[in-house]
Design a protein around this ligand. Structure first.
Ligand code: DX5
Ligand code: ZN
Length: 216
């Protein structure tokens, strides 16, 4: 089964509650937190995400594109996020941080940029609930899918299979009706989509079209 997680980076920030209701048929709402240090863009922090948590009809899949993640990530678990994903590039202690997030009741995810190898993390898959392979350089919506990242998705999928764990394999960036099937064939099961959901057309129809394109 595929999970479709709309990214509210592409929503209307002054109509956030309306846009959250429009994606109620999706699986999780993907919340992109950016600090203008880890990536050259700025979105919102714990106060805004806390209000999104209060009103969202579906659980939160928080994607932290920030430095000082050891300091900040636990706050997102504490406010009730279903899942908190941090970047491997942003911490020296990914396993300890994942354990902290789990102890606070959240799922723990690890993310890698397109240029970051996945191998160092494959021996520790049981420590994580989600592995996010970025399919664009993080920072902005609306970029083109990088098909060269599919080799990493295949590598993670085969390691998850070998380890017999249930780590969700997420892709994020440039996912639309034509690329979702490519990522699924490589082994992804959790798909983030911003422009393809909040762009042209009705969000709920776009979500249904993505599910159909993933052949669910
Ligand atoms: C990019 C973000 C993505 C972004 C995806 O750094 O992590 O979640 O919103 O947007 P699209 O689907 O438009 O590529
Ligand atoms: Zn994201």
């Amino acid at each position: 089964m595929s999970r479709i997680n709309p990214s509210i980076l592409a929503a209307d920030f002054v109509n956030m509650q309306r846009d959250l209701e429009r994606i109620a048929t999706a699986d999780y709402v993907h919340v992109d937190v950016m600090d203008n240090h880890f990536v050259p863009n700025l979105t919102f922090g714990p106060q805004m995400v806390g209000r999104i948590q209060d009103v969202s009809p579906i659980p939160l899949d928080v994607h932290l594109m920030i430095d000082d993640v050891d300091r900040w990530a636990p706050d997102y678990a504490r406010l009730g996020a279903f899942s908190v994903t941090f970047h491997a590039e942003a911490t020296e202690h990914p396993i300890e941080l994942a354990r902290t997030l789990r102890s606070l009741g959240s799922r723990a995810g690890i993310a890698v940029k397109p240029g970051t190898p996945v191998e160092p993390y494959l021996d520790y898959l049981a420590e994580f609930d989600q592995f996010l392979v970025m399919t664009v350089e993080p920072g902005f919506g609306g970029q083109s899918f990088m098909s060269e990242t599919m080799a990493k998705v295949e590598r993670v999928r085969s390691a998850v299979r070998d380890a017999e764990t249930d780590v969700w394999l997420q892709v994020d960036g440039g996912i639309d009706r034509s690329t979702i099937g490519i990522a699924k064939a490589a082994g992804a099961d959790t798909f983030v989509a911003g422009s393809a959901v909040f762009g042209a057309g009705e969000a709920s129809e776009n979500i249904a079209a993505l599910r159909a394109a993933a052949h669910d």
